[in-house]
Structure formats: C-alpha cells, structure tokens
Write a protein that binds this ligand. Structure first.
Ligand SMILES: [Zn+2]
Length: 75
C-alpha cells in the first residue's frame, strides 16, 4: 500500500523519511515516514513497481514551439 497522491506526500514535508529493505536477500523495500510512523511506498521484489500502483493519466502531447526562420545574410 502506498500513499501516492500529492496531498498525502505534502503532509510529509520536512519529516524524517527512511528507506528500508526487509529480508535477506531483500524481498521488500519500504519508504517510511519516521515522523508519522507511516508507510509512504511499499514495493515487493516480485516486480511490483510504482507504475502498477498509480494509474497513469495519458498526458496530451506537447508540441515544441515553432522556430521562426532566421534569414542568413549573404556575403
Ligand atoms: Zn510524515
């Protein structure tokens, strides 16, 4: 379980954040707020990723600004 929303992360500003592995070899990694005693991110070694926990919203494509043609002076 992870608390991956803007509002949830904002609550931990200036808190003490710790990253710990569990198991030998590590089977789980947790990012934990020691100040609140709250797990922020908890991922297992079985291939779990943040991308599987957070639904991704497709962003609209950003078009680069048009580059104006610069005339080149002839010698
Ligand atoms: Zn906190």
């Amino acid at each position: 379980m992870s608390a991956l929303t803007f509002e949830n992360l904002l609550r931990h500003i200036s808190h003490t954040i710790v990253c710990r592995a569990h198991g030998t070899p590590p089977q789980n990694v947790v990012i934990h707020c020691a100040t609140c005693d709250e797990v922020i991110i908890d991922l297992d070694a079985d291939g779990e990723s943040l991308f599987g926990l957070v639904p991704l919203k497709p962003e609209p494509p950003v078009m680069p600004p048009a580059v104006a043609a610069v005339p080149v002076a002839a010698d």
